[in-house]
Design a protein around this ligand. Structure first.
Ligand code: G3H
Ligand code: 13P
Ligand code: ZN
Length: 310
């Protein structure tokens, strides 16, 4: 099966009340861990590549790995550019075989974000590629200590409706209190579900919304990292019940990267610590790949709800 877009994936997810996991790929072991999990769970899958991943692996390498995974697994896989910062990188990915791109011009003022997004949409659509855009600032709730600060940073529902209408983007990443990385909340985790509902109410029914910064930062993995020489004090993610709620409300795509990084690092740390004589990379990268697989299987089954959906 060739790489697919996300339109049908999102339509079905919306009808049946589940979300699709979008997992970040940086190398072969991460990719195989994710795909092995999706294959066992019979789950639709979005594999995403950031600019940093592209730079690290060098353009071209990850696309070929993803194509190999798709041929080997027979799964419907969408290949997505994560946080494309301008038209140029989006164009390179559209031309290079990605089936979905994100233009993240959320740092720009509203009108400029619209202009840059529309430019990408026009080009990508002419080549049959779908586009995710972003509106709002993806910062943790601790950065928004009061309502007016939250209003300034988080996605404005009226603006979201206008943005989607004027750009024609196929999905929209919204800011409701999540943030990237392993330190998402200083105190109690909190997401602005009321705002999420208002955004949904103003968009066409079933319009696909995206939640970035959606790792849960499992505490057993943080503890394992710390036990074997790591230093991640206060690491905290989005509680799984909040992600289940977002999925049940109609969020179509849930982005996860940090949890894979922690799973990989905790596993490698343990092996380095407990088996200092080991020097064959396959002996620690193989278990790291298995650890990623377990994390992804858990997400598919218990958080996203997309197990058995293909
Ligand atoms: O959105 C952030 C993702 O975790 C990708 O991170 O830019 O370090 O590859 P990165
Ligand atoms: P996390 O850092 O929470 O895994 O978020 C990943 C993400 O949003 C990638 O775009
Ligand atoms: Zn992101």
């Amino acid at each position: 099966m060739p790489l697919v877009g996300t339109k049908e994936m999102f339509e079905r997810a919306n009808k049946e009340g589940y979300a699709i996991g979008a997992f970040n790929v940086n190398n072969m072991e991460i990719l195989q861990g994710i795909v092995d999990a999706a294959k066992e769970e019979r789950a639709p899958l979005i594999l995403q590549v950031s600019a940093g991943a592209r730079k690290y692996a060098r353009p071209g390498y990850l696309i070929h790995l993803v194509k190999a995974a798709e041929e080997d697994s027979g799964l419907p896989i969408a290949l997505h550019l994560d946080h494309g910062e301008d038209f140029e990188i989006c164009k390179q990915c559209v031309d290079g075989g990605f089936t979905s791109v994100m233009i993240d011009a959320s740092r720009l003022p509203f009108e400029e974000n619209i202009k840059e997004t529309k430019r990408v949409v026009d080009y990508a659509h002419s080549k049959g590629v779908v586009v995710e855009a972003e509106l709002g600032k993806l910062a943790g709730i601790e950065d928004a200590v009061n309502v007016s600060e939250a209003d300034a940073k988080f996605t404005n529902p009226e603006q979201a409706a206008e943005f989607v209408k004027r750009t024609g983007c196929d999905s929209l990443a919204v800011a409701i209190g999540t943030s990237h990385g392993a330190y998402k909340f200083k105190g109690e985790p909190k997401l602005d579900f009321e705002r999420l509902q208002q955004i949904m109410n103003l968009l066409p029914p079933g319009y696909p919304l995206v939640l970035h910064g959606a790792s849960s930062v499992p505490q057993y993995l943080v503890e394992k990292c710390n036990k074997y020489g790591g230093k991640m004090p206060g690491a905290q993610g989005v509680p799984e019940e909040m992600l289940r709620k977002a999925a049940s409300m109609g969020v179509a795509k849930i982005n996860i990267d940090t949890d894979l990084r922690i799973a990989m690092t905790a596993t490698i740390r343990e092996i380095f610590y407990t088996k200092p004589e080991e020097f064959d990379p396959r002996k620690y990268l193989g278990p790291a790949r298995d650890a990623i697989k377990e994390v992804v299987k858990h997400k598919i089954r218990n958080v996203l709800g997309c197990s058995g959906k293909i």
